[in-house]
Design a protein around this ligand. Sequence first.
Ligand SMILES: [Zn+2]
Length: 224
Amino acid sequence: MRLVLLGLPGAGKGTQGERLAEKYSIPHISTGSLIRSVINSGLKLGEIVNAYIAKGNLIPDEYMMEILRQRVLADDCRNGWILDGFPRTVQQAKHLDEMLKRDSTVLDRAFDIRISAEEAVSRITNRRVCRSCGQIYSIEHSPEKVKGICDKCNGPLYQRPDDNVEVATHRIQVYMEQTHPVVHYYAQTGRLTSINGEQGIDGVFADLQVAVAELYAKKAGEEL
Ligand SMILES: [Zn+2]
């Protein structure tokens, strides 16, 4: 099953991606961590990519596609993958379709996890992170038991400097301009499922599971 997760920052793509990966035994590919691992790999491609990032520039699509292609060719992607953080533009969505076509495969579904801009800002600014283990808390929905202390490892919690209203608002603006059109691209080609992201984490996951189960059932029917 080849899936794409779309949604505003704070929509829960990472959490849902990890849950889906565990449930269906296909890897959750977050492009953020993928890029970091390529940079740390010592490969030539890592050096090239790092030069862009160090200057604060976007990674050109040709390199991004090469990184992605190498990742999806890995053995653990035989039965599919879940992309989170890609495609960010309609151009990238088209490149992804071309890449899959060359390998005689297709994208099965894109999920749009929908939350309002207000909800996104609230989730981002309410986020607290453990400095030691990286566990994420929400002061509104899932606060720590002892204020400022991680439940898991007793490490100190902090607010990431970028998790403020100004930066969050800017990220949402960039998403609406560059990435939201990707939702329409998939809708126009009949490959989009919208999910209400404003329910709890379990509700969102339940809706995703129903949709993914339908995809598997359809696939099994086609193979008969
Ligand atoms: Zn911790």
